[in-house]
Design a protein around this ligand. Sequence first.
Ligand code: NAI
Ligand code: MG
Length: 348
Amino acid sequence: MSLKIALMPGDGVGTEVIAEARKVVDALGLDVEWTELDWGADRWHRTGSMVADDWEETLRSHDACMLGACGHPSVPDHISLWEMILPIRQRLDLWANLRPVRLLPGVPTPLAGRSAKDIDMLFVRENSEGEYSGIGGRAHRGHPGEVGIETSVFTRAGVERVVRYAFEQASARSGRLTSATKSNASRYGYVLWDEVVEETSSEFPTVEVERVLVDALAARMVRNPGSLDVVVASNLFGDILTDIAAAIQGGMGTAASANIAPGSDTPGLFEPVHGSAPDIMGQGIANPVGAIWSTVLMLEHLGQPEASARLAAALDEVCAQGPRTADVGGDAGTVEVGDAIAARVAAG
Ligand code: NAI
Ligand code: MG
């Protein structure tokens, strides 16, 4: 049976890196049926909408979805995000965002004296509520007394499911879990979060859990990344911490993610962590590693462990031996790196 994959290259470098992700999957020789969707800023200019009206039905009729990135300088960012990626995550209820962080062989880290053995973490980001719930409003626009209110929403059910999932991941890895909150300054949502972590810990006696304030955790990721393994965080904190994580694993171009709804048959959405990178778009120099690593996660999620492992091994090999893009110390272009990984996959 063929795998039906919806492809949303999106905007900017999203289109460039997704082309390579598709290429390496095709090189694996799997039976894949691709549906390429022209959703993004161009469509918004043409039709007034980033996505098709029947977007939810379209995505749900696939086994998995891949996104490059959405966002273009010609469209306000709050429109491009709120018309595409955020409704997709919310309406499909893709409540867990997995972001593995690993220093790949051959990729330089800006942290002096650190190597691959020090940087290997898994971030579990709450992906459906928190600070990205979209609750709020503005009054007295343009007036000196104007107000903007943004409300964070934390539900017991929403926190419980992601925290439990993070405990499960921790027990399958090193048995260490770190929960990031800011429950000294924020007295409600994060205190609820801390209580849920405490309660859930009794179900996982073999997992050692620690509660860390997010500001201290940001510093610790830079000073002592080896002390962290699985980290669970709210939507906003997970977003911010994983940009730090991307930086220490070699740069935005290397970071991968999976948006999933564990325990359901909802198609997952797989995407590099980076955005559309308008500063380098159209130059053919974007790093495709984050997008290709996201396809490794996709294949694993689709029940293709062998294909996933083959692609992961090819990715590691090409990172170690080159070619590499400029952001990770090489001089190759996006296509050259994609071609090299595809060739390794086909040879292996
Ligand atoms: P960005 O991630 O696009 O870029 C940040 C920096 O990382 C830039 O210097 C860029 O050149 C570099 N970079 C990103 N991807 C790279 C790659 N593959 N290879 C090499 N270098 C890479 O974040 P920024 O500039 O804040 O946002 C640009 C646009 O993307 C905005 O419209 C934003 O809203 C959108 N965005 C969309 C996301 C999504 O679709 N999930 C996520 C993040 C941002
Ligand atoms: Mg982000």
